[in-house]
Each structure stands twice: as structure tokens, then as C-alpha cells.
Write a protein that binds this ligand. Structure first.
Ligand code: ADP
Ligand code: TRP
Length: 345
């Protein structure tokens, strides 16, 4: 009996910050651990997607392995047989199905994709690749190959997921039941409790979200930051003149953000953490607590990252890739038969 499948692509890089960590990485890992009794959990590194916009290729390979190590350092268990960890390009069926789906996908529907429009306007036209245009088709192949019902993605990816549901339905109505159509986006949100919508804010400008595209880096704490440097960033975080540590994101965004961060570091509800500082008027005292907690977290994370055993990561990737090739090839063959590339048995 086969289990339903949850699938997600792990896009990560060296520049991961604490917003990515608490907002994306940890929730994905928690979900994988919690759901792996009932579901097959596919977590993969979309390496073919990583150069749809121009990159420096000299360290791509190392970067991909580094991605896997980051997730292991953040707690992804390697010994759970229901959690698969694999690289997209090691399962060639992803590329093959993409080509077939390409030929049933309209130029117009791809041109309407907001991510394509946003990203392509930032590049000069000779640098806008067909790969960038095609991105959602490869993404659809990523989950249709495994019959995934649940595909957790960020808001910026929901349009891509809607296309994926469309192309699955289009192929099914033309060729018979080829694909499992993923659940509608609203149902996915319900399933993953997306409404919690955590947002860590920039330390210098706490009304905008912490993001790697901040040019100064002063408002952003990266997982690779020197812990002493991170202490300085917290100590100089923007606050307000109210002289009162209280959780009030609308009126005290800086202090509230630091309370959110402290709550995440301690794994406690923010109200509980805020109550601890009720009546505190000296921001320096409060910031020092947050800074120390951050320092300890970074030291610990960085030590865990160094300690990740490369051989076990590689063994996990290879065993998952063998299993995934088997599953993906079964779907690919059904599609190839349906479109007439292989004889029907
Ligand atoms: P960035 O804005 O730094 O470029 P990405 O857009 O690559 O980050 O986001 C990667 C993942 O991290 C997404 O799932 C996104 O929701 C999450 N994420 C990014 N920034 C934050 C933040 N400040 N707080 C919480 N989650 C975040
Ligand atoms: N496009 C996703 C992102 O930018 C990554 C991704 C690629 C993905 N293929 C996927 C996510 C398939 C879920 C399912 O975050």
C-alpha cells in the first residue's frame, strides 16, 4: 500500500538568515518529522532550478551539498526511511517529463507568470533564459512524478502550483488518469497551518522584513555570521523612545521583533517571553538577553554544521535517489505510453 506524498523543494544557500531558518527551514523539518508516519515525505534540492537566472557555476556543486548539510544541521533526520532527501538532477525523469509537459503548455500561460515577469524585467533581455520562462513546468514535473498531494510552498510560488494543477488536469482529461492533482492551494494552507505567517523583521528598519537582498547586512543575521558580530547587530537594533519592553508590533516594531526573535530562540510563545520583561524600561538590559541567546544559538548551529558527517549525507542522497528514480520512472513510462513514445502493454 502506498502512502500519500508530501513534497517540497529546499532552496537554500550560504546566505541563509534567521528569517529563512525560523520561517522556512524549521517548519519544513518539523512538518517532515511529524507527518512521516502517515506520509511519504520527499525533500529535494532543486539544483536544475538554481541557474534559471545567471549564477557563478564554479561552486554550484559544493553549494548543493552545503544545502543538504544545512538542513541536517537544522535537525533533518537522516535515518528516517519515510523522509527522502535527493537532488533533482540525479533523477533524470524530472527533465524528461518537463519536455513532454512543455509541449502541452501555452506560451501565453507561461508569459503571465508573475515570477517570470518580475525576474525577467530585472535582467537585460539577452540574459533572460528560456529556463526561467520554463521554471514552472520543471516545478510541476517535480511533484507530478511522485503523485504528491501536498506541496508546501511560499506565497510567491502559489501561481506556479496553480499551473501545475491545471496541466495535471489537462493531461488527465486528454489521456486518462496519469497524474494525481495536488490539493488546491487553500487546502494546502489549511493542512500546513500557513496562517501563522511568521515574519522576522529587519533589525535596522523593523517595518520591512529581514531579507538577504538588504545591501548593508546590518539589519540581517545570517546563520554564518560570527556570533560576536551578531551580538553587535542586536545591541544596535532600532528600538523606540517608549522605554517599555512590550509586545506591540504596530507601535513598537523594533522591540516586538526582538521579542519574537527571543521567543523563537527559546521555543516559547512570545506572550510568555514578553511577560518576563514586563515593566523593564532599559532596552540595553533586554537587548543583552536577546544578544546572548543569539550568540549561543549561532555557536551551537555552527558547531552542528561542522559536525555533520558528509558520508552519511552522501549515503542518504544516494539511497533516496535510487528509490526516487524507481518511483519517477514508473510515472514517466505511463506518460510516455500515453503520448505514444512507448508501446502500450
Ligand atoms: P529572502 O527574502 O531573504 O530572499 P527568500 O525569498 O529566498 O528570502 O525566502 C526563502 C524562504 O524563507 C521563504 O519560505 C520565506 O517565506 C522565508 N522567509 C524569508 N524571509 C523571511 C523572514 N524575514 N521571516 C520569516 N520567513 C522568511
Ligand atoms: N520554486 C520553489 C522555490 O522557489 C522551489 C521548488 C522547485 C519547489 N521545485 C519545487 C517547491 C517543487 C515545491 C515543489 O522555493
Amino acid at each position: 500500500m502506498t502512502k500519500p506524498v508530501i513534497l517540497t523543494g529546499l532552496r537554500a544557500n550560504n546566505d541563509l538568515h534567521i528569517g529563512n531558518y525560523f520561517g522556512a527551514m524549521l517548519p519544513i523539518i518539523d512538518m517532515a518529522k511529524q507527518k512521516s508516519d502517515e506520509f511519504q515525505v520527499n525533500m529535494f534540492i532543486p539544483d536544475l532550478h538554481s541557474f534559471t537566472t545567471p549564477i557563478d557555476h564554479s561552486d554550484l556543486y559544493d553549494q548543493i551539498i552545503h544545502n543538504a548539510r544545512l538542513f541536517v544541521a537544522a535537525g533533518l533526520p537522516l535515518d528516517n526511511p519515510e523522509i527522502y532527501l535527493y537532488r533533482q538532477s540525479y533523477v533524470p525523469a524530472h527533465s524528461e517529463l518537463t519536455w513532454i509537459l512543455d509541449c502541452f503548455t501555452g506560451f501565453g500561460e507561461m508569459s503571465r507568470m508573475t515570477q517570470f515577469k518580475d525576474k525577467s524585467t530585472k535582467l537585460s533581455s539577452d540574459r533572460v533564459s528560456v529556463g526561467l520562462f520554463n521554471y514552472p513546468v520543471l516545478m510541476a514535473a517535480d511533484y507530478l512524478l511522485y503523485g504528491a498531494s501536498y506541496v508546501p510552498v511560499g506565497d510567491d510560488q502559489t501561481q506556479h502550483l496553480e499551473y501545475g494543477r491545471d496541466i495535471a488536469e489537462r493531461m488527465n482529461s486528454r489521456f486518462g488518469e496519469l497524474f494525481v492533482v495536488p490539493e488546491p492551494v487553500a487546502k494546502q494552507h489549511e493542512f500546513f497551518g500557513k496562517d501563522q505567517g511568521l515574519r522576522i523583521m529587519d533589525l535596522v528598519n523593523p517595518t520591512k522584513k529581514m531579507s538577504k537582498s538588504d545591501d548593508t547586512g546590518k539589519g540581517v543575521i545570517f546563520l554564518g555570521d560570527d556570533p560576536a558580530e551578531a551580538v553587535k547587530k542586536i545591541m544596535s537594533a532600532t528600538t523606540d523612545d517608549k522605554a517599555n519592553v512590550a509586545y506591540d508590533p504596530a507601535n513598537q516594531p523594533g522591540i516586538s521583533n526582538l521579542l519574537d526573535i527571543l521567543a523563537l530562540l527559546r521555543g516559547k510563545p512570545v506572550q510568555e517571553v514578553a511577560a518576563e520583561f514586563a515593566g523593564e524600561s532599559q532596552y540595553g538590559v533586554f537587548k543583552k538577553v536577546v544578544a546572548e541567546e543569539m550568540q549561543a544559538f549561532l555557536q551551537d548551529f555552527q558547531a552542528r554544521l561542522v559536525a555533520v558527517d558528509d558520508n552519511s549525507v552522501m549515503a542518504k542522497l544516494e539511497s533516496s535517489e535510487a528509490a526516487m528514480n524507481e518511483q519517477a520512472n514508473l510515472t514517466l513510462l505511463r506518460v510516455q505510453q500515453a503520448v505514444g513514445l512507448r508501446p502500450k502493454v
